[in-house]
Design a protein around this ligand. Structure first.
Ligand code: BMA
Length: 381
């Protein structure tokens, strides 16, 4: 072949790859599931669109219990304080794998299902994590026995067991329907905090290739075999120091729709700025990934246990998020008194809690969206 001909071929190839990229750019932020339901696509688009104006506020187990109450219909600690519900409601599937009636924190799955319907009916958002028991030892999620993760690989000894657990979760996820008869879109956050070392699925228990293989298998199984097309897949890490760190276990744009990390406040924010500095640094890194991979981003779990600093909401959390465009932030559950640890365990204020007034100011900020905002924004249309 003459070098001239070669050049022509190269130019043509280059041009077609340029066209490909242009098309890709044109289709920015498309859900990874090409068969996603209309409501799921709409929610995803609306989450992205509204990022320009603000972010949705979430709370784990919000409707199930609060610091001083348990299972009172319609009640929520957030609502007691603001007269509004959060916009995002987090739930966990832990123990569904054993067909237990209640999840690992005692929340009955039947109630969870009913609440998820109510949430959807009023235009709120549901996100689901899964503190799945260890399939190798049958102990809990925090049991990091070596080789536990490898056992669920497609050729692993617990792969069939893992599939049977996915079947149970899929049945639940597929049964969630609104009053309009539509399947309810779910932000599904599997294998959360994967860069930690405390769950059996964390990175110390698997190499990147193994982790990615299981992730891909899981998402494809839920989509293709279980025919679930109401999922927005959320990739979620614990701490990370660099883009390489954040992406080392990233399974691919075709099996992820949103990227996120979990980050808690441990030190006294009046004496130590590290929560704000670290969160800002991680958001900076995640923002680069978000732009490069066209995936919106979130802080999927945060909080300061017992919120002992009265201005944590408008000062610390607000500064930690800064000007980054995130889809949502969620604070963890308001369990109340924890007998085994002899301490209070909660992350959202309740009536009379010292950060109550600050939380009302936070609620009133134009860029924090709660249920009433979400309802107005008509996220599923
Ligand atoms: C943890 C704590 C535990 C709980 C678990 C799963 O952070 O809140 O008490 O069992 O989350 O919800």
């Amino acid at each position: 072949m003459t070098s001239y001909l070669k050049k022509i071929i190269l130019i043509t190839l280059g041009a077609s790859s340029l066209t490909y990229h242009a098309q890709n750019n044109h289709n920015l932020n498309i859900l990874s599931d090409s068969k996603a339901t209309k409501e799921t696509i709409n929610l995803y688009k609306n989450l992205i669109k509204n990022q320009e104006k603000g972010y949705f506020f979430g709370h784990q187990d919000d409707l199930a219990y609060g610091v001083k109450w348990r299972y009172e219909e319609g009640r929520s600690d957030i609502k007691d304080v603001t007269n509004d519900y959060p916009a995002v409601y987090g739930w966990d599937l832990g123990r569904i794998e054993h067909k237990k009636p209640n999840n690992l924190d005692g929340v009955p799955f039947n109630n969870m299902k009913k609440w998820i319907k109510e949430i959807y009916d009023r235009g709120g958002i549901t996100t689901i994590s899964w503190h799945m028991d260890n399939p190798l030892t049958l102990k809990d999620s925090w049991d990091t026995t070596p080789n536990s993760f490898k056992s669920i690989l497609p050729n692993g000894s617990k792969h069939e067991l893992y599939k049977s657990w996915l079947d149970k979760a899929a049945k639940f996820l597929g049964s969630l329907k609104g009053s309009d008869g539509k399947k309810i879109p779910i932000l599904y956050r599997p294998f959360h905090e994967l860069t930690g070392n405390w769950f059996w699925w964390c990175k110390n228990n698997a190499n990147p290739q193994e982790f990615k293989e299981v992730w891909k298998f899981t998402i494809n199984y839920l989509r293709e075999t279980k025919k679930l097309h109401n999922l927005i897949i959320v990739y979620n890490t614990a701490d990370f120091k660099s883009k390489e760190d954040f992406l080392e276990y990233y399974p691919g744009d075709d099996v992820v729709d949103m990227i996120s990390f979990d980050k808690y406040q441990y030190n006294d924010p009046t004496k130590d700025n590290s929560f704000i500095a670290d969160t800002q640094n991680q958001l900076k890194i995640m923002n680069e990934v978000s732009l490069e991979h066209h995936k919106p981003m979130a802080i999927a779990e945060t909080g300061y246990e017992q919120i002992p600093y009265a201005n944590w909401w408008t000062k610390t959390l607000t500064d930690a998020i800064g000007n980054y465009k995130i889809s949502f932030v969620l604070v963890w559950r308001n369990h109340g008194w924890q007998e085994n640890e002899k301490k209070m365990h909660y992350y959202a204020p309740y009536k009379g809690q010292i950060s109550e007034n600050d939380f009302i100011d936070y609620y009133n900020m134009p860029n924090t969206f709660f249920q009433k905002d979400a309802t107005k924004l008509n996220l599923y249309k």
